[in-house]
Design a protein around this ligand. Structure first.
Ligand code: FES
Length: 201
């Protein structure tokens, strides 16, 4: 049994009640030490919890569901056939093909990821890192790139081009199905692509 006990004590002929401590009772200082230690432990656990919550990677939300991933590139009439326009936001090129179709090309080299600049004079993308080259449709002209530049899906509505930069699509080659045309509601899908060169180039 813990805690103070009341014990009958004989003294000067009177039976008095005296509170005595039993041998197991914890001294007051020890009690407070234990109390503050316990509080410290709780605080430490809370700090660890906060730290873990801070360090834990955020759940990856598909960018396709966010407005930030959708880039309004402009109106179809504002791009010259045979031109390539770089977009900083979204990190892509909008290629306007000779037949007026559009492709949104990733600027990331599929070899080792260098940024690939467009050279309007030579009419090709030329990677400065290992010499890969791509045509205006992003198809490989020169190795070591193992595949064409990735594509971003395009939607054209009422003459306005919107590019979904959330999901670059890998492809094994260029096909005409990849091209979006004015006022078509075409959206590129993740479909297998066969190798081939467009007749418009
Ligand atoms: S990163 Fe472009 S060729 Fe190697």
């Amino acid at each position: 049994m813990c805690g103070p006990q009341t014990t009958a004590v004989q003294g000067k002929g009177w039976l008095t009640m005296k509170t005595v401590r039993d041998g197991n009772q914890m001294p007051r200082r020890s009690f407070f030490n234990l109390f503050w230690g316990f509080c410290g432990l709780i605080a430490a656990f809370e700090l660890i919890g906060v730290a873990l919550a801070f360090l834990r990677p955020l759940p990856s939300k598909p960018l396709g569901e966010t407005a930030e991933a959708l880039v309004v590139a402009g109106r179809t009439g504002s791009f010259q056939p045979g031109s390539v326009t770089p977009f900083v936001r979204g990190k892509f090129y909008l290629a306007c093909l000779n037949d007026g179709g559009f492709l949104a090309l990733s600027r990331k080299c599929p070899h080792l990821g260098c940024t690939v600049p467009w050279n309007a004079e030579t009419g090709r993308f030329a990677c400065p890192c290992h010499g890969s080259a791509f045509d205006i449709a992003g198809d490989v002209l020169q190795a070591p790139a193992p595949r064409p530049l990735d594509l971003f899906p395009i939607r054209i509505e009422n003459g306005v081009i919107r590019v979904d930069t959330s999901r670059p699509l890998k492809r094994s080659g260029f096909t005409s199905e990849q091209v979006a045309y004015a006022d078509s509601s075409q959206v590129l899908a993740d479909t297998p692509h066969s190798r081939g060169r467009p007749s418009t180039f």
